[in-house]
Design a protein around this ligand. Structure first.
Ligand code: XMP
Length: 514
């Protein structure tokens, strides 16, 4: 398919995925490519436009990423952002000043004056707040460019060469702190690059369904369903294309949340046309985990056992045909910072064992960001709870039952966790959280209930807010909600007599306890 594409050329900036999201929100397909990509590849893609991202370097650093100035001669519009703007200026003969002191650097919200003759700004007020984060600055734009914005400290906050369709902004239009930043990106896409905005999720579904039908013909497709968002949406999409030719294999290792295995089974057997195979192997998993206390050892056992069970089933019944998985775009992005030839191996990019042969691998979501995957899931009729499911670790409750995992302890945790979930849903607080769950630390404490002394399990509540899970804040859940959760857990879960709330951020803590 020859879709209109914009390339985001990655120079190592921290907001690169955000730039790509902003482009996609404008219904324009875009791909992030590392700055090491060959210019021939760019010519082959023939994009409608190119966006140079920011980056942590100065153009004068020896190790700083550069790109062949030939790119500016292709006749393809370019928008340089922050470092990308400085690189454009430097490559085309402008003057970039490497700031010796901090007096001219700008960080944070900055009042910026725009030239309304520039197509990026002509529908905006004459001044507004932009988000700056730079030390070096452009003192003089290259020949042929006009200055199109400035601030008190920055003589060239934006520049443009209308003839060559080259635009640069020193600030970050992709972040929400920049007033009207989205409109600037939209103007670049539609008014400069001439995009039509054909990237829409309903047309994505139609095109992908047609492609899958054509590729698969009358063969079978097998997919490992985890119950997570990505594999569930992939399953729904493939089922729409080929119905019963799809077999989803769901390994229930007994370490999911309360009733979650049944929920997954019901969803896929009732709502969709497919073969659904559930392998209940909770007992086997618990037998393997007997006497194991070390978190990494538990993770290894659960991971290895999971794939053994899964591939044994495939080997016996479903080899040949096609293999499908729910890989999504961020799983595949090559980072401009790393070795460009190496694509990150992600946990859901499963290697197929050598002795099992498939015609090919199908990854229908491989070009989508997570929120696009969710949109597709909603359109395909997946339940809201599944589409908006919080992240859940592959080893499941195996890493939330601290220490040895036994059937009884898993059950206690499932019950406590279900109460927490219920209360958070009821008060509407659940959607404010990035992730929340109960943990069974494996500590017994003394309590008193009625007239008797108890000596029972402690349950910990963990709740965090975060954008990326690299760092996270502990969530300031109102006391009355915590109080209700604690009361109910102690009253309804026999073996628990105390509940505590984890007030550790990440770092120094991690989100999970193990
Ligand atoms: P941490 O505990 O590392 O968690 O701060 C960050 C995010 O990753 C999830 N997580 C895992 N996911 N397998 C997974 O698939 C794992 O072993 C694992 N450990 C942590 C965690 O739930 C959080 O969303």
């Amino acid at each position: 398919m020859n879709k209109e594409t914009v390339i985001v050329l990655d120079f190592g900036g921290q907001y690169n995925q955000l730039i790509a999201r902003r482009v996609r929100e404008n219904n324009v397909y875009c791909e992030i490519l590392p700055y090491t990509v060959d210019i021939e590849k760019i010519k082959e893609i023939n994009p409608k436009g190119i966006i140079f991202t920011g980056g942590p370097n100065s153009v004068y650093d020896e190790s700083s990423p550069h790109y062949s100035p030939e790119i500016f001669k292709l006749g393809i519009p370019v928008l340089g952002i922050c470092y990308g703007c400085q690189l454009m200026a430097y490559s085309l003969g402008g003057n970039v000043v490497s700031a010796a002191d901090d007096s001219v650097s700008e960080y944070g919200k900055t009042v910026t004056n725009y030239n309304k003759d520039c197509v990026l700004f002509n529908a905006l007020p004459e001044s507004g707040i932009s988000w700056m984060s730079h030390r070096d600055y452009i003192s003089e734009p290259p020949k042929g460019f006009e200055i199109t914005a400035h601030t008190d400290n920055c003589p060239v906050a934006a520049m443009a060469d209308k003839e060559r369709k080259l635009y640069g902004v020193q600030f970050h239009p992709e972040v929400n702190h920049t007033e009207n930043g989205s409109k600037m990106i939209k103007s670049f896409l539609y008014d400069v690059c001439g995009c039509k905005g054909e990237w829409k999720m309903d047309s994505f579904i139609d095109t992908t369904v047609a492609q899958i039908k054509e590729q698969v013909g009358d063969k079978g497709v097998v997919l490992g369903l985890s119950g997570g968002v990505d594999s569930s949406v992939a399953a729904a999409l493939i089922s729409k294309a080929i119905g019963k030719q799809l077999t989803c294999v769901f390994v229930d290792q007994g370490l999911m949340r309360k009733d979650e295995g049944d929920f997954v089974e019901q969803t896929f057997t009732k709502l969709f046309d497919m073969n659904f195979v559930r392998i209940n192997c909770g007992e086997e998993f618990l037998a393997k985990l007997k006497g194991i206390f070390d978190p990494e050892e538990k993770r290894n056992i659960i991971g290895t056992e999971f794939y053994n069970v899964f591939w044994d089933k495939i080997r016996d019944s479903y080899g040949s045909g096609f293999f499908a998985q729910g890989t999504i775009y961020p799983d595949r992005i090559e980072s401009g910072k790393g070795d460009a030839a190496k694509i990150k191996t992600h946990h859901n990019q499963v290697g197929v064992p050598n002795d099992i042969k498939f015609e090919d691998i199908i990854e229908p979501l491989k070009d989508l960001f997570k929120d696009e995957v969710r949109e597709v899931g909603e359109m395909l009729g997946l339940p809201h709870d599944l589409v908006w499911r919080q992240p859940f670790p592959g080893p499941g409750l195996g890493v939330r039952v601290i220490g040895e995992v036994t059937a009884e302890r898993v059950k206690i945790l499932q019950e406590a966790d279900a109460i927490l979930r219920d209360e958070m849903d009821k008060c509407g607080y659940a959607k404010e959280m990035s992730q929340f769950f109960a943990v069974l630390p494996g500590v017994k404490t003394v309590g008193v209930m009625g007239d008797s002394r108890t000596y029972s399990e402690l349950v910990a509540i963990r709740a965090v807010t975060t954008d990326d899970f690299m760092t996270a804040d502990w969530a300031k859940i109102p006391y009355d909600i915590l109080g209700r959760v604690s009361n109910r857990i102690i009253n309804e879960v026999n073996q628990v007599n105390r509940v505590v709330y984890d007030i550790t951020s990440k770092p120094p803590g991690t989100v999970e306890w193990e």
